[in-house]
Design a binder for this molecule. Sequence first.
Ligand SMILES: *Cc1c(COP(=O)(O)O)cnc(C)c1O
Length: 378
Amino acid sequence: MVDLQTQYQQIKEDIDTGIQEVIDSAAFVKGKKVQDFAEHLQAYTGAKHVIPVGNGTDALQIALMALGLKRGDEVITPTFTFIATAEVVALLGLTPVVVDVDRDTMNMDTDAVRRAITPKTKAIVPVHLFGQCAAMEELLSIACEHNLYVVEDACQAIGAKYTFSDGHSAQAGTMGEIGCTSFFPSKNLGCYGDGGALFTNDDDLAARIKAIANHGMVVRYHHDMVGVNSRLDTIQAAVLDAKLPHLDEYIAARQKAAAFYDDAFHDNGNLTIPGRAPYSTHVFHQYTLQLGERVCAYRSDIQTQLAEKGIPSMVYYPVPLHLQKAYQDPRYHAGDFPVAEKLAGCVLSLPMHTCLDGEQLEYITENVLRVIKEVCKD
Ligand SMILES: *Cc1c(COP(=O)(O)O)cnc(C)c1O
């Protein structure tokens, strides 16, 4: 699904030098590279504050802690996402309230968000799934009307650009009170282990986030709040700092691969290509097809046949949150969120990374089309 080795070979010298400098300095925790990288990412994203942490899940958890949410407060998330989004809500004793998604963009359905708001609702956590921003303008206006916080899960969407109706634009993760991202190796900006960051434009929130990520400590060994220990390793910061200057190229390479896939699949009646929202660029963390009615029952056969040709494919995500065992809730039943349930049954993600060449793309698309055709015949 990803090719991190080829990408490494292209910038090996910068990465190796960066890592060696960290080892030479022996500043493995809170080394200078962490601050350097945070500043560079600040310049790239336009966020006023960037606070690096241990991973994307920690970033989400710290965000909700920094907003001072209390046990029982409701947090609205899409039901079609990676588990981390709801996990941190549950871990903090907050109540996850899930909503359905839009069939086309696979992102949070804004009408569903409106319907899900109760007097206990305190925050909305939109996920910019697969690399395309959720409908932020509408979500921010709903949040304003109801006095709610917005925490963006931008773990899959770093570098995606949102354009508001007045023409101004902003990057994924910089529009809500807090944005969160992940530097997991396969993410669009990935390190060689775990990493993550929070974005905020609010000075007070930035200070709280920094303290919470560091054991709730403001003055050394004086703990003003309950915190956690979540840091970006200096070695990972060195890797990220070497990769960040290439992020735009990486995004362009993903978009080029996506355009090739689109061309090959757009007029196939059994495949729906990823829908594009007019307000957001798509940075294609994943290229996710929807299989049509006639073929989706054969999804695992399709995957097996592709695997036989050496083509990996993945189902992100096979089970929506409300049907996960750990998140069972008497309020929710199968059938409650029909779009998410349908997507869980019909999505298929193809290999997507920065080093896909024309030959590979041709091989993948030819085989996908052949396998779909054969499934139809049976
Ligand atoms: C990857 C991811 C996370 C978690 O990031 P980690 O760094 O793996 O903890 C959270 N939400 C979404 C949508 C993700 O894709």
